[in-house]
Design a protein around this ligand. Structure first.
Ligand code: GKR
Ligand code: MG
Length: 425
């Protein structure tokens, strides 16, 4: 089998005005869609976070992969390794490295191709499923009013249920509880994560306490301030949340400060910010910076790397879950295929998917039942991409004028002069 074409399509998907430590989500989330076509006409798909820097890296890589065999992944990894340039995750909540994302996009698309060529679901190529359903968590955000994209900041008065809640303002504990009720009601999620790092820490602690009050003791809760708190702030907030949080995600920045907070609190700490690559693992072991690693095949470099990470977690006693950014159904299907193969996935996975609310490029979007997704049984990723939808999303990308995620710029449109601070409180 030979790779004959690689198509790279930047797309924009409507995204509501969600707040985080770095500012405000733009009206569109950017993704890159990769299609690898084999000489015998089979297509494999991959999806990664968008942006022109990553697109340039992907395009630079693609021309060197033509003619290679998608089954010979070691040769493909070696080729990508030889092309990769040093890059840095940056201080933002999301990982800004281009080359790990490139490796992930290519690897996922090759696996989709392989699965299709032998008529087996992708999970079978990862050793087979250890679970048939993958549970996800509700992912709450403080937000301004609006649905994002071309739907803007207005609220559709006719909307009901999650569709209405997705558009409504949520700027305080009561707003967060209302958002949680609508999301849980619609998707059936059985654990809840709140994206923090937005308001004074006590407001965020109060939101968690309000969720505990509203949902009772059986609903696992998580808070993620995206490393914007100081150690003393995190410890003071954390003391109020002992016995309340399932885990405390990236309260502070860097492994040393995470370790200091971990020592002071009786709550497991989780990260998708301080231990994000294999180079970080020695520091994680030496410092005990976190109890749980939130894996992400997009920035750990694909499925195989994620399975290696899972083995590390098993050996070194780390819990394991999955992180997410705004994404479409190709990424979601990849997350599900991978999660199905990981024996020690100990927590419900993150997903931003409800915030995209049906804006997807799949012929048949994946649907949650009781907060979980069944592992697709069709070959490869088990999904079909709707090319007309893909084309509409490509045109949106060209029209929207965004080329990189920059939540600070968006925030300044609402609060002139607002500046991102890596540590704020
Ligand atoms: O979408 O605003 C966001 C999140 O802050 C995202 O960028 C993070 O990568 O969800 C992520 C997280 O868990 O830190
Ligand atoms: Mg996080």
């Amino acid at each position: 089998m030979k790779i004959s074409h690689i198509h790279i399509t930047p797309v924009a998907v409507p995204d509501p005005p969600l707040l985080n430590a770095a500012g405000l989500h733009a009206p569109y989330a950017l993704r890159l869609i990769v299609e690898i076509v084999s000489a015998d006409g089979i297509s494999g798909w991959g999806e990664i976070p968008g942006g022109e820097a990553t697109r340039a890296a992907l395009e630079a890589a693609a021309e060197h992969l033509l003619g290679l065999d998608p089954w010979r992944l070691n040769a493909i990894y070696a080729k990508l390794e030889s092309l990769a340039r040093p890059d840095d995750r940056g201080a933002t909540p999301w990982d800004q490295r281009a080359w790990v994302h490139v490796r992930s996009a290519i690897e996922v698309a090759c696996y989709d191709l392989m699965g299709k060529s032998v008529g087996r679901p992708l999970v079978d190529l990862l050793g087979g499923a250890v679970r048939e359903r993958v549970p996800f968590a509700a992912y709450l955000f403080y937000k301004y009013a609006g649905a994002g994209g071309e739907f803007g900041l207005g609220v559709d008065a006719e909307a009901t249920g999650w569709s209405a809640a997705r558009q409504r303002t949520a700027l305080d504990p009561a707003g967060i509880v209302a958002q949680a009720r609508a999301m849980v009601e619609c998707y059936g999620f059985q654990s809840i994560k709140l994206k923090g790092g937005v308001f004074e820490p006590q407001v965020e602690v109060d939101s968690i306490l309000a969720l505990r009050e509203a949902f009772g003791l059986d609903m696992p809760l998580r808070l993620d301030p995206n490393a914007i708190w100081r150690v003393d702030t995190a410890i003071a907030a954390g003391r109020q949340l002992e016995g309340v949080l399932e885990y405390f995600e990236d309260p502070v920045r860097g492994q040393a400060d995470m370790a200091a907070v971990a020592r002071a609190l009786n709550i497991p700490l989780a990260t998708n910010m301080c231990t994000t690559s294999f180079d970080d693992l020695p520091g994680s072991v030496a410092q005990q910076s976190e109890a749980i690693i939130l894996s992400d095949h997009h920035f750990w470099g694909g499925f195989r790397a994620s399975l290696d990470l899972a083995r590390f977690c098993a050996v070194f006693g780390r819990g394991l879950s999955m992180h997410s950014n705004s994404h479409l159904g190709i990424s979601l299907a990849a997350m599900v295929q991978l999660a199905a193969a990981v024996p020690n996935l100990t927590y419900d996975c993150d997903t931003h998917y409800p915030w995209q609310d049906g804006h997807d490029l799949l012929v048949t979007p994946l649907t949650f039942e009781d907060g979980a997704l069944d592992v697709p049984k069709a070959p490869g990723l088990g999904i079909e991409v709707d090319r007309a939808k893909l084309e509409r999303m490509r045109k949106r990308y060209l029209a929207c004028g965004l080329t990189e995620r920059n939540d600070e710029i968006e925030m300044r449109k609402v609060q002139p002069g607002w500046a991102f601070q890596p540590t704020r409180w």
